[in-house]
Design a protein around this ligand. Structure first.
Ligand SMILES: [Zn+2]
Length: 480
């Protein structure tokens, strides 16, 4: 293959395609009545002769493909082509032997390798135990400082790393025991006790949590090794998170009128727990910046217009360009602020839900954003873009906590702000917690049938978690 490839390149170099013409294939160049046929033959013969004299240039070990994927492997035996081994000299380092595909040369034979054929040896640092220890220490510090939220987060992180470390350890053990069993069975004098011991251990390990087959990607000189791990499961979460967090509850999230967001969790039959996430100061900062951009934009537009009237098709003066630079830098600040807001809001939402054992969170679907009837836009009202960033932030964090697809559903929020979450009747907006006379855009919601007032945002958030899907979508959280 390599010989052919090199020869093809040689021929192409000697006969480059003429401009405006389709490049002729090597076959076409070598056709019976082709003018170049004899010359090409001579070229190839000369090249081969030279190689015979000087030696072939292609003996460097290379992977033919850019990716070596062992995902098809099901059992962690040596037969699978990869073999983990703890470095006997440096305990926190792991050696991975990779059997090179046929026809490809690897490194020199390694005596430690279980493979008789050529192998490539990769060494990597097992950083999980160290990370777990560090997170554990930080969690203790946080507890001492009274930061309970942070402590839970860090404790969870520590157990997550411990779990990954355990998974890798199980994989390594399983490989070792399986190999040992094969060896033991091949002995002429069978040690039945040892064989039975190994069988039991293998049986147990097969049921345990293990890392998946590795993936090796080669990009030039850079080699990336990926070892897929199992996501945290219920058991892990139960040990890592407070006892109250057995996740089976649902939560609804509404873009608030007076707060950026309201998260409502259903606790029991008719009891709820809510949190209002404000971040007003950040939203105010953002709104001020937006105001500056509006002013700058109109200034720039006016000046550009004037300039173009007088000096058509000439470069605008530096004063205009400077203004544009200024505008761009403010946009950058807005974008940074957006990131910060979505980051903070998402983190708070996720941890509130984690603490209350929420399994599914219902959000307003982005595509249904057409402005809610009669709602005044507040600066801290999450914009579509921010809302999207925030949901992605929640999804990402919850996936890391073991929720499938983040445990997120997007629903169409039609009527959620106009109907009562208890009886489903249409209600009115009122000004106070006790008033019953309609006030458009009021902070509270009044239901005449229940004769009760609720905070309007809370009522909407509770409604959102009850929206029935006509058909659950295949990919939860993506569509509704
Ligand atoms: Zn009602």
């Amino acid at each position: 293959m390599q010989v052919r490839k090199v020869l093809r390149i040689k021929v192409r170099e000697a006969y480059p395609s003429k401009e405006g013409e389709r490049r002729r294939t090597i076959c076409e160049l070598l056709e019976k009545d082709s003018q170049e046929k004899v010359q090409i033959q001579t070229l190839i013969i000369d090249q081969v002769k030279e190689w015979k004299k000087e030696g072939f240039p292609f003996i460097t070990p290379t992977f033919q493909k850019n990716t070596v994927d062992y995902a098809a492997s099901t059992e962690n035996t040596t037969g699978q082509g990869y073999w983990f081994q703890v470095d006997p000299e440096r305990e926190d380092e792991i050696i991975l032997y990779v059997k090179t595909p046929p026809g490809i040369l690897g490194h020199d034979l390694d005596t430690d390798s279980p493979y008789k054929s050529q192998t490539v040896r990769l060494r990597f640092l097992n950083w999980f135990p160290r990370k777990a220890r560090r997170a554990g220490n930080k969690a203790q510090e946080a507890r001492v400082q009274g930061k309970q939220h942070r402590a839970i987060q860090l404790e969870y992180r520590a157990s997550h790393f411990e779990d990954m470390s355990q998974q890798l350890e199980n994989t390594i053990k399983l490989q070792r025991f399986t190999r040992e069993l094969a060896k033991e069975r091949a002995q002429p004098e069978k040690n039945e006790v040892r064989i039975n011991d190994l069988k039991t251990m293998i049986h147990q390990l097969k049921k345990s949590r293990k890392s998946a087959p590795p993936l090796i990607q080669i990009e030039g000189k850079k080699v990336t090794l990926t070892i897929p791990f199992m996501a945290p499961d219920e058991d892990l979460l139960r040990t890592a998170l407070p006892a109250s967090t057995i996740r089976k509850r649902r939560a609804g999230v509404d873009r608030g009128l007076r707060h950026s967001m309201v998260v409502s969790v259903k606790n029991g039959e008719d009891t709820y727990e809510e949190t209002m996430i404000g971040k007003q100061e950040l939203f105010e900062k953002r709104e001020n910046l937006r105001q500056v951009t509006r002013i700058l934009m109109s200034q720039i537009a006016r000046r550009r217009n004037n300039w173009e009237k007088k000096h058509a098709k000439q470069q605008p003066p530096t004063s205009i360009l400077k203004k544009e630079q200024e505008l761009e830098s403010i946009w950058q600040k807005v974008r940074r602020l957006d990131k910060e807001i979505s980051h903070q809001v998402a983190a708070e939402t996720v941890w509130f839900c984690e603490q209350h054992g929420v399994k599914t969170i219902y959000f307003e679907d982005l595509r249904s954003f057409q402005g809610k009837g009669g709602m005044r836009r507040h600066s801290w009202n999450l914009s579509t873009n921010l809302w999207g960033m925030m949901i992605e932030g929640v999804r990402y964090r919850r996936e890391a906590l073991g929720h499938k697809n983040g445990g997120i559903w997007l629903v169409n929020p039609a009527w959620t702000s106009q109907t009562c979450h208890v009886c489903g009747r249409r209600g009115i907006r009122v000004e106070h917690e006790t008033s019953t006379s309609e006030q458009k855009g009021g902070e509270y919601f009044h239901c005449s049938k229940c004769d009760e007032n609720f905070h309007a945002d809370v009522n909407a958030a509770r409604n959102i978690m009850y929206i029935q899907q006509p058909k659950p979508s295949a990919v939860s959280g993506r569509t509704a």
